[in-house]
Design a protein around this ligand. Structure first.
Ligand code: IPM
Ligand code: MN
Length: 355
């Protein structure tokens, strides 16, 4: 008997529920086609709940989420809530508590998609960023001294453990091997200035590299990496980097692949529960207008299927997105500029998946 997957759905704030709805519409079509059995469990988390009840993420919910097969997330962030409360209280807390130590962010220019990088084609922009997702500057280590005085000191420490760095680098090597494209892994760091943190990263990278003689290795400073994303994106196959650098370079990555409307990410615990999301925010100004682009959320759902082991089904979602873009029916990836509504894009992809 085939397994029934339990999928937690956190639609969240702003346009989150609208894009998640389309992702689930496509999931339904894929499920039918590939005979997948799944059960959805909705979790009402986000700005509205916080405003009404003061609750951010109850411990009991975290415990329930530990037991699901995957989490599908829309967006977190509310215009009436001070920045940081929901992001740290929901998104980062889940990444940390569920030990989702990889943030996997493909940067791929699909056909017919506008890139601001002139002269670059789909074959030039196709790489994946493996971002460490539980340590670095995000670990919450630090504090204030003499806060509010002229002598104030603010310290925010980047935590890099051998274990954390090594497991991320190992994942990146394995991913590069399985991807089997250029078989090239680039470490992105700042070894010329951050001579402690990236010394550990570089030594670990070189040690693990010995176990992968077929993978070519490379190194790029983070500042140069941003330059090359624009000038020579075709140089990259897989990039591994720390949490903060990964955060920054993947926003640039999203822009060269056509914008936040198409950029998907997975917060992955290879031994546990993973969470999939469009990497854009809650887009309050487009909320409720049926104009936001659901493709990133749809791609995140495809990635979810691949990671839980439904590889064929997952790949069929990406193929459907490519077909839809090739058809020219989606005029642009920007909110309100697609020539179709949010739900029409969902219908289009679901229709292609169904065949
Ligand atoms: C992302 C976001 C988050 C991050 C924020 C919302 C905490 O920018 O997923 O990239 O910095 O990781
Ligand atoms: Mn970010």
């Amino acid at each position: 008997m085939s397994k029934t997957y339990k999928i937690a759905v956190i639609a969240g704030d702003g346009t989150g529920p609208e894009v998640v709805k389309e992702g689930l519409k496509v999931l339904q079509a894929v499920g039918k086609k590939y005979s997948l059995k799944y059960e959805l469990v909705d979790y009402d988390l986000g700005g509205e709940r916080y405003k009404q009840t003061g609750e951010i993420l109850p411990d009991s919910v975290v415990d329930e989420l530990r037991k699901v097969d995957a989490i599908y997330l829309g967006a977190i962030g509310h215009p009436d809530v001070k920045p940081g409360i929901l992001e740290k209280g929901i998104l980062l807390r889940l990444r940390f508590e569920l030990d989702q130590y990889i943030n996997l962010r493909p940067v791929k220019l699909y056909p017919n998609v506008y890139t601001p990088v002139r002269d670059k084609k789909p074959e030039d922009i196709d790489f994946v960023v493996v971002r460490e997702n539980t340590e670095g500057l995000y670990s919450g280590s630090g504090g204030f001294l003499k806060k509010g005085t002229q002598d104030e000191v603010a310290i925010q420490t980047s935590i890099n453990t051998r274990k954390g760095v090594e497991r991320c680098i190992r994942y990146a090597f394995e991913y590069t091997r399985k991807r089997n494209k250029e078989n090239k892994l680039t470490l992105c760091g700042k070894t010329n200035v951050l001579t402690f943190a990236f010394d550990l990263w570089e030594r670990t990278f070189n040690e693990v590299a010995k176990e992968y003689p077929k993978i070519k290795t490379d190194y790029a400073h983070v500042d140069a990496t941003t330059m090359w994303f624009v000038k020579n994106p075709e140089w990259f196959d897989v990039i591994v980097t720390d949490n903060m650098f990964g955060d920054i370079i993947t926003d640039l990555g999203a822009m060269i692949q056509g914008g936040m409307g198409i950029a998907a990410g997975g917060n992955i615990n290879p031994e546990g529960v993973s969470m999939f999301e469009p990497i854009g925010g809650s887009a309050p100004k487009y909320t409720g207008k049926n104009v936001i682009n659901p493709l990133a959320a749809i791609c995140a759902m495809g990635m979810m299927l691949e990671v839980i082991g439904e590889i064929k089904a997952g790949k069929s979602v990406e193929q459907a997105v490519i077909k839809a873009l090739e058809s020219g029916k989606i005029k642009s990836l920007g909110a309100g500029k697609m020539g179709l509504s949010t739900s029409e894009v969902g219908d289009l992809i679901a229709g292609i998946v169904a065949g």
